[in-house]
Design a protein. Structure first.
Lengths: 113, 118
């Protein structure tokens, strides 16, 4: 089944404790992206990757890191989480051509205390 | 300035009513793509439709229909005979053309919360 998977789905952590949210897709997509969703703000792009070893900042990259060592995986790293990073996070992937539909993972709910 | 504006934050209707969700976008590209996604209470994002800027034909899929008007930069979504299961947040999104760093960027509106009462 074609899908984007994220783990964990739910996470409660404390300020400053490094964490990684994994994202994996099995559709051979070149393009992958991370978004955060906050009430009243819609989805905002954090980072994206057009291919292996190619990443770039989205609209709200502060406090996040990403890497793209393999085509299928695009982990999101919070080196020192803070309460303002409490949010719902989505990973998405698509083929790397203009206008391709992005397919989203199930989301990860993160609470930083 | 927001590239995608969904002016309606919340809409409430009673079952079987028709409802239209508005979406206004802003772009200078001649080639662009518009999308609608549905986010039910369970939280996942469900793709509904993709439309390119060269295709202004309205589309109908069951009770769903979309009205794309380039003249007003709008891509509105209508649900006919709404049902309780239509209750969700609906997002409109824009993807611009082939310019290098913007390739693949997806700009979302802030969403419209639709509640359908029985």
């Amino acid at each position: 089944e074609a899908q984007v998977t994220q783990n964990p789905r739910y996470l409660i952590t404390v300020t400053g404790k490094k964490l990684t949210v994994t994202c994996s897709q099995n559709m051979n997509h070149e393009y992958m992206s991370w978004y955060r969703q906050d009430p009243g703000l819609g989805l905002r792009q954090i980072y994206y990757s057009m291919n292996v070893e190619v990443t770039d900042k989205g609209d709200v990259p502060e406090g996040y890191k990403v890497s793209r060592k393999e085509k299928r995986n695009f982990p999101l790293i919070l080196e020192s989480p803070s309460p303002n990073q409490t949010s719902l996070y989505f990973c998405a992937s698509s083929f790397r051509t203009s206008g391709e539909t992005q397919y989203f993972g199930p989301g990860t709910r993160l609470l930083v205390l | 300035a927001q590239k995608v504006t969904q002016a309606q934050t919340e809409i409430s209707v009673v079952e079987k009513e028709d409802v239209t969700l508005d979406c206004v976008y802003e772009t200078r590209d001649t080639t662009y793509y518009l999308f609608w996604y549905k986010q039910p209470p369970s939280g996942e994002l469900v793709f509904l439709i993709r439309r390119n800027s060269f295709d202004e034909q309205n589309e109908i899929s069951g009770r769903y229909s979309w009205n794309f008007q380039k003249s007003t930069s709008s891509f509105n979504f209508t649900i006919t005979a709404s049902q309780v299961v239509d209750s969700a947040v609906y997002f409109c999104a824009l993807s611009e053309g082939n310019r290098g760093s913007t390739l693949g960027r997806l700009y979302f509106g802030r969403g419209t919360q639709l509640t359908v009462w029985p």
